[in-house]
Design a protein around this ligand. Structure first.
Ligand code: IK2
Length: 401
């Protein structure tokens, strides 16, 4: 008898498990609106032109395969913090940011969580309700307790701003507050600039520390600067913040696992100590990070021509998603005779639309219409083409009523 008899089968991942179900479906009409991965109009994965050009540069130059330092590739670290805070940001110039290359957004969140567990054992992190499916797993496995702040208001299909502020205010002083920098996943609902100011006020009043999760910079609005404005607002106020970054979406480097954890500190002396402890946590976790994705980011950002081309490709990707959002809304409002207001589909930004479909209704979407989405009612518009919007609208209306 095996020693592992007691090991039970794990449940399928709420997001990646949807893709498995999609693959098993043999119907030609099937649509995968589960995983947040960009597809072109003909529903194929997209490798950005700038990524191909950067890789050609690397092949010509010839890269060795030596270990990177624990903190990652120096050129990447310089590029990633400048993208986040702006090239001329004095916080960067003052050396007040501890930046360590992470295994994409997930690994960067995990490293930040490990730091919190080590230096603030028992202190909780507040996460939005709902939030990205993996946030709870990351903090659970890092041994960081979490509780939820109200975020989504199903009545208005908008932000429960009063509830959010109240819950952040009610939390014990010195809690960590996880905020999506832009393109909230799964709701697609972001605070307005004025609301960000009020959120910063409460966090400062309570001596909380913000943990920004920035997985869609440049992908939500098409502008790198606009999508970083919430982070830059908090940093401009002199707040110390954690920021996890990911290049999965905006540079399409999903499987390269490239991201960073940044800790903005009150002085460079503190930043150096924080960075040394982040490295100390990374070393026994994975020792040092992979070079390929870091080199691509460094080459794209470090080359003005490629950087500009990247910006236009991001506008193209976010523009295509805005187009399907509008087409979907047009079909929903034209077909639904009940007079329901579907305009929330237009107001939401980023890769996702939070349809308000419940678990049973989203199951009807897959069983009857072969459309795959997460059980919380989220659909990834990145997996939708203009030509499929009518079919999707029919399915949503059929499932909704
Ligand atoms: C908010 C957020 N943080 C972090 C991440 C981390 O992604 P990665 O580890 O690939 O950088 C993601 C990626 N989402 O995954 C796709 C999906 O929700 O269907 C994310 O959405």
């Amino acid at each position: 008898v095996s020693r592992f008899e007691g090991v039970k089968m794990a449940p399928p991942d709420p997001i990646l498990g949807v893709s498995e179900a999609f693959k098993a479906d043999t119907d030609d009409l099937k649509l995968n609106l589960g995983v947040g991965a960009y597809r072109t109009e003909d529903l194929r994965p997209y490798v950005l032109n700038v990524v191909k050009k950067a890789e050609n540069m690397m092949l010509e130059k010839g890269e060795n395969k030596e270990y990177l330092p624990i903190e990652g590739l120096a050129a990447f670290i310089k590029a990633t913090v400048e993208l986040l805070l702006g090239a001329d940001n004095d916080v960067t110039k003052q050396g007040r940011v501890a930046t360590v290359q992470g295994l994409s957004g997930t690994g960067s969140l995990r490293l930040g969580a490990a730091f919190i567990q080590r230096y603030f054992p028992g202190t909780q992190v507040l996460i939005s309700s709902p939030t990205w499916g993996n946030h709870k797993n990351i903090f659970n496995d890092a041994g960081v307790p979490w509780s939820e702040y109200r975020y989504y208001d199903s009545k208005t299909v908008g932000l429960d701003f009063e509830g959010m502020l109240a819950d952040i205010k009610a939390a014990p002083s010195g809690s960590f507050v996880l905020l999506h920098g832009c393109a909230h996943n799964p709701t697609g609902i972001d605070p307005t600039p004025d609301q960000w100011e009020k959120i910063a006020d409460v966090i400062q009043e309570k001596n909380h520390t913000t943990f920004f999760d920035v997985a869609y910079q440049g992908f939500a609005s098409g502008s790198l600067d606009e999508d970083a404005s919430s982070v830059r607002l908090f940093v401009a106020r002199g707040m110390e913040v954690f920021v996890a970054q990911s290049y999965s979406k905006n540079l399409g480097l999903y499987a390269e696992r490239i991201g960073a954890i940044n800790v903005v500190c009150s002085s460079s002396e503190v930043a150096n100590r924080v960075k040394s402890q982040l490295k100390r946590l990374a070393r026994p976790m994975y020792s040092n990070p992979p070079v390929h994705g870091a080199q691509i980011v460094a080459n794209v950002v470090g080359n003005p021509v490629l950087f500009d081309e990247w910006k236009s490709e991001m506008e193209l990707m976010s523009g295509r998603i805005k187009g399907v959002r509008q087409r979907l809304y047009a079909n929903l409002s034209a077909k639904d005779k009940s007079g329901k207001d579907w305009s929330f589909v237009l107001r939401q930004i980023g890769m996702f639309s939070f349809t308000g479909l419940n678990k049973a209704q989203s199951e009807n979407m897959s069983s009857k219409w072969h459309i795959y989405m997460t059980k919380d009612g989220r659909i990834s518009l990145a997996g939708l083409s203009l030509s499929k919007c009518e079919y999707l609208a029919d399915a949503i209306i059929d499932s909704y009523y």
